[in-house]
Design a protein around this ligand. Sequence first.
Ligand code: SIN
Length: 283
Amino acid sequence: MADLSADLGFRTLKNPVITASGTFGYGEEFLPFFDLDLLGAIVLKGIFRQARPGNPPPRLHETPAGLLNSIGLAGPGSAALQEIIRRLHARTPVPIIVNVCGEDDDEFAEVAALFSAMDEVAMLELNISCPNVRQGGACPAQDAGHTARLVRRVKESLHKPLIVKLSPNAADVVAVAQAAQDAGADALSLVNTFLGLAVDLESRRPVFANVYAGLSGPAIKPLALRLVREVCRKAYVPVIGMGGIASGRDVLDYILVGASAVQVGTVSFREPAAAARIAAEVA
Ligand code: SIN
C-alpha cells in the first residue's frame, strides 16, 4: 500500500482527500454510504451563529459540465451543529473541519472561537468566499485588505489551525492569498465556486432569485488548477486545491502543481461514495 499521508505542517492526514464544504452535509448523512475514516478529513457545511433558511428555490441548476448553486448558506446554527459534531465524532475518528461563516467580522470570530473550543473539531476553515449571500456575489475574499483584517481578528481567539477558503472571483487571487497567509492563516483552500448566471427562457428572467450563482464541477477544473498553481508558487503555507475533482488522476494534477491536499465536492452529489473511490484511485 502506498504511503498517501498528506503533511499540512500542523497536522498529517492519512491521505490528501477531504470532502468540500457544502457538498457533504454535516457528515452524518454519508455514514450509510461508506466508512468516512477512509478519507483524510471532512469539511462540514458552513455554519453561522443562528439557523438560516438560505435562499429561496430554485437553488441548484445543472449545466453541461457543472452545477450552479445558490444555496445561501442555509444551516441549523452553531448550537445544533455542536450536537451533530458530538454524535458524528462518536461514530467515526475522521478529522472534522468546521466551515465558519459570519454576517460580519464579529460573527466570524465568535463562531470560530466556539468551534475552536471543541475537542471533537480538528481544524477550522474560514468561509470568506461564498458568492451567494450578498448582491452581485460580493464576499470578503474579493478584497485583500478585508481578508487580512478578518483573518487577524479570527486568529486572536483561536486554538485550532485555520484554513482560509479563497474565491476565484477576486481580481487578484494571489494577492488575497498572500494577505491571508501574512495575517496568520495556517493553510489556504481554493477555489470556491466561480460566479455564473443561468437564464430561464420561458420567464425571461434569471433562474436564481439572487441572479448570480456559483459554478462548480468538471467545467471549472482547468480554471481552478491554474489558480491553485499560481497561489502555490507564492505560498509558504500549505495549499488545499479544489475544483472539478472526480478521479484520482484529478487529485494528482493538483498535487503536481503544488497542493498538499485536495477537496472533493460536486461529484459527491451524484456519487455519494465518490471521495472514498477517489482516495483509493490515488493509491
Ligand atoms: C452556498 O451555500 O450558497 C454555497 C456555499 C459556498 O459557496 O461557500
